[in-house]
Design a protein around this ligand. Structure first.
Ligand code: PXP
Length: 256
C-alpha cells in the first residue's frame, strides 16, 4: 500500500461554526481543529487539507496559520483563484496548493476546475505560487483535455474529481463503470505526461476499494466521510461520558 492519505478537516470547523461562528475565540469553542490535526496524525494522515473559502463557512484564515504552526505534516491548501486567497497562500506558504473552482451558492465544490477555459487566468496564479515554493495541484474532472492543460501550465499534480463516480449509485451500473473508466483514462494520461495523480471528493468507506482499479494514484484526499464516521464510532462513548458526569449530582447535596 503506497497510497498517501490527505485528511480534509474542514467539517471539524463546520461543526464549530454551527455554534461558535460569532464567538470564534471563546474558550468553549469546540471541536478544536488543532485537536483534529493531532488525531488525524495519530490515525495515519500523511497531510492535512483545509479549504479557506471566500465566505469562511468553515475554516477561518486564523485556523490556517494555527494549523500550520501545530503540525509537521504538510498542509494542502485548497483555494479558489482570487487575489484574497493568493495573499493568504503567500503568507501561509503551505507545501501544497490545490486550485479549485469556488462559488458562494455551492454546498461543496461542484465539478472540477476548467483549466482549458480559464487557462489565461489560472496560469499567472500557478506561476506566482510556484515561485514562492508551493507545489500545485489542479482539481479537475477526469477529462483528458483538462489533464493535458494542467501539464501544459506546469502544475505538478492533478486531483481527479471523484464526485461523479461517487454519486453514480442507485442508477444504472453502466454509469458507474463509465465514471470509473473516465478516471482510469485520465490517470493514465496524467501519469504518461509526468503529473502526480491524486483523487478526491465523495470517497467513502464503501466505495474506496473500487478506486483501486484506477492506476497511478498517489494520494487520496478524504474529508466528509471521516468526520461522519467519527460521529458514528465515537457517539456512544461521548454520551456515556456525559452520563457518567451526571452521576456526580446529589439532589440533597451542596454544590461547591
Ligand atoms: N478534494 C477537493 C478538491 C475538495 O474540494 C474536497 C471537498 O472539500 C475534497 C477533496 C474532500 O471531499 P470529501 O469531503 O467529499 O471527502
Amino acid at each position: 500500500m503506497n497510497l498517501l492519505l490527505g485528511v480534509n478537516i474542514d467539517h471539524i470547523a463546520t461543526l464549530r461554526q454551527a455554534r461558535y461562528a460569532l464567538l470564534p475565540d471563546s474558550p468553549n469553542a469546540e471541536p478544536s481543529v488543532i485537536d483534529a490535526v493531532a488525531d488525524a496524525e495519530l490515525g495515519g494522515a500523511d497531510s492535512i487539507t483545509i479549504h479557506v473559502r471566500g465566505d469562511r463557512r468553515h475554516m477561518q484564515e486564523a485556523d490556517a496559520y494555527r494549523i500550520k504552526e501545530a503540525t509537521e505534516l504538510p498542509i494542502n491548501l485548497e483555494m479558489g483563484n482570487s487575489e484574497e486567497m493568493i495573499d493568504i497562500a503567500l503568507k501561509l506558504k503551505p507545501k501544497f496548493i490545490c486550485l479549485v473552482p469556488e462559488t458562494r451558492e455551492e454546498v461543496t465544490t461542484e465539478g472540477g476546475l476548467d483549466v482549458v477555459g480559464l487557462y489565461a487566468d489560472l496560469e499567472p496564479t500557478v506561476k506566482r505560487l510556484q515561485a514562492a515554493g508551493m507545489e500545485i495541484s489542479m482539481f479537475i474532472d477526469p477529462d483528458i483535455e483538462q489533464v493535458e492543460a494542467s501539464a501544459r501550465m506546469g502544475a505538478e499534480m492533478v486531483e481527479l474529481h471523484t464526485g461523479c463516480f461517487a454519486n453514480a449509485v442507485g442508477g444504472e451500473a453502466s454509469k458507474r463503470v463509465e465514471e470509473l473508466d473516465r478516471l482510469k483514462a485520465a490517470a493514465e494520461r496524467g501519469h504518461e505526461i509526468g503529473l502526480q495523480v491524486n483523487a478526491g471528493h465523495g470517497i467513502n468507506y464503501e466505495n474506496i476499494h473500487e478506486l483501486y482499479a484506477v492506476p497511478y494514484l498517489k494520494e487520496l484526499n478524504i474529508g466528509h466521510t471521516i468526520v461522519a464516521r467519527s460521529v458514528r464510532v465515537g457517539f456512544t462513548q461521548a454520551v456515556s461520558e456525559i452520563r457518567e458526569l451526571m452521576e456526580g449530582y446529589d439532589p440533597e447535596g451542596v454544590v461547591v
